[in-house]
Design a protein around this ligand. Structure first.
Ligand SMILES: *Cc1c(COP(=O)(O)O)cnc(C)c1O
Length: 498
């Protein structure tokens, strides 16, 4: 199976090439030329498989240029009980008759990015070998918090790779900052950027599209690649857990084969929910895809009106991994819904960079409305939802997951549709302990406590196990303290590489 660019119909590359390049030279994103289809009997067969076996089935459909043994090797190195502290890798927790929480945060950094970033380094190094590229891979990441740490953990000391991570100086939680700035490994560098996530992401994109720089690095035996959610190697592993959750619900006899489920996803860059859209198109019985945003509700407005408009106030919220005004992966959806009309996509994207907005065709808008529902929840609603969920079910959720639970409630109230819904839970409550505890116990309970006292409070009060990687942070040294301006990002990369 070949991959095309969303912005140039002439581009056709293998999956290995798409993974190595990350972003197409024309600035477009790679999309598979066709979508493998799984029948209900294929899905039934997966019911008795382990997570890893399910992953091998789904990945091999897209990575058709990989040998079976290569896919197996990547999967088995990524998803282990040691790294995920659970055999099931992505377990489903039943909240009530209509809500099933898909826990995607059992990996080493306690957020769902691990689901993709534990396997990406293996997909990438395998791809580098397959394409015969004899270069050191330099990974550049712009992060709103979780990607950065997950990428650093995934790539640390992986042979033939280096990684540089940029995060917005004011836009990540204290735990997230500490996680990144204490990162171990001989091939890693971390820097804060003055600005918000979009500044960091724009800076990284500029480095990627700087062809002179690409040539300069190439002459030095290096090639840039991305671990952001625009890399196809990030997206494809995310499809797996929607199939896996459906199979787990089948196995638990919560549904019977062929029953439709809805999927609700707390959304930022539109990667996770796009993976759910792919799953639906691959034959997974999915009804509505519910796109949940925080106060940065650019996607809510887009899905409701057909106009994407980033000209609005940017809010720093208690769900920082969703504080995004440009959702890069949306471009892939538009491309598919525009029947791969690259001129149309190019026009939207150049309008977006010139004016900050675009309006899609009626055809795309109709298809968006048919597949998606959208809603948003502000910080107050989010705190209220954390508290209510704990009160009613004794189940503690993080602020990102709370946005999804709140928007799903809004969806049920508005539509009366109580179809069983998989709600993606994207971070452990421990990762956002102060906001979670403030929501549960009030501000007084967290005042004057440091991060580690908060971890212990959350653990003791709600009888929860502190994830190993967070507990260990207390004893680590801070290795990275650089803060740079957006214009200096290339310089930071250069200095690290020389
Ligand atoms: C990245 C992230 C999201 C948003 O996911 P996208 O794929 O960017 O839409 C939501 N929650 C958490 C905790 C995240 O880390």
């Amino acid at each position: 199976m070949k991959y095309n660019s969303t912005r140039d119909a002439g581009v056709s590359v293998t999956s290995a090439e798409a993974i190595v390049k990350g972003l197409s030279g024309d600035g477009g994103l790679f999309v598979p030329e066709s979508i493998p289809v799984y029948t209900l009997s294929d899905i039934s067969e997966m019911t008795n498989m382990s997570y890893n076996e399910r992953a091998k089935k789904i990945l091999s459909g897209f990575l058709s240029d990989f040998k079976a043994a290569e896919v197996e090797n990547c999967v088995d190195r990524a998803y282990t009980k040691e790294k995920f502290e659970t055999n099931s890798i992505a377990p489903v927790y039943k909240l009530d008759q209509s809500r099933y929480i898909l826990e995607l945060w059992h990996g080493p950094t306690c957020a769902f990015k691990d689901m993709a970033l534990q396997i990406l380094p293996h997909l990438l190094t395998t791809s580098v070998k397959k394409t015969g590229l004899n270069k050191e891979i330099v990974i550049l990441v712009a992060t709103s918090g979780d990607t950065g740490k997950a990428a650093l953990e995934g790539f640390r000391d992986v042979e033939g790779t280096k990684i540089v991570v940029f995060f917005p100086d004011h836009g990540v939680s204290s735990i997230q900052r500490l996680q990144m700035c204490t990162q171990e490994g001989g091939n890693v560098f971390v820097s804060a950027v003055n600005g918000n996530f979009d500044d960091a992401q724009t800076g990284v994109k500029q480095i990627f599209t700087d062809q002179g720089y690409e040539q300069e690095l190439s002459a030095r035996g290096k090639a840039l690649s991305s671990a952001n959610s625009i890399n196809w190697g990030r997206l494809v592993p995310q499809i797996v857990y929607y199939f896996s959750a459906y199979c787990d619900m089948l196995k638990a006899e919560e549904i019977t084969i062929g029953d439709e489920v809805n999927i609700c996803v707390p959304t930022g860059n539109f990667g996770n929910i796009l993976a759910a859209y792919f799953a639906k198109n691959m034959g997974l019985p999915v009804g509505k895809l519910i796109c949940a945003s925080n106060a940065n509700n650019v996607l809510t407005d887009f899905i409701k009106t057909g106009t994407y408009d980033r000209n609005r106030e940017f809010f720093t919220t208690i769900s920082p991994s969703m504080d995004i005004l440009i959702s890069s992966n949306l471009e892939r959806l538009l491309y598919l819904l525009a029947d791969k009309n690259t001129d149309e996509i190019k026009a939207y994207m150049s309008e977006l960079s010139a004016t900050g907005k675009y309006t899609v065709s009626d055809k795309i808008f109709e298809a968006v409305k048919e597949n998606f529902y959208a809603g948003c929840a502000d910080d107050d609603k989010c705190r209220e939802t954390i508290k209510n969920t704990e009160n009613s079910f004794g189940y503690v959720i993080d602020p990102h997951t709370a946005v999804a639970v709140a928007v799903h409630e809004q969806y049920m109230a508005e539509t009366g549709d109580d179809t069983k819904t998989i709600i993606a839970s994207t971070a452990s409550p421990f990762k956002f302990n102060s906001d979670v505890l403030e929501a549960l116990l009030g501000r007084e309970a967290i005042e004057d406590k440091d991060e580690f006292e908060l971890l212990r409070l959350l653990s003791e009060r709600y009888d929860l196990h502190v994830p190993r990687s967070l507990g260990e942070l207390e004893d680590k040294d801070v290795r990275f303290e650089t803060v740079c301006d957006k214009s200096m990002m290339k310089g930071v990369v250069n200095e690290f590489l020389s």
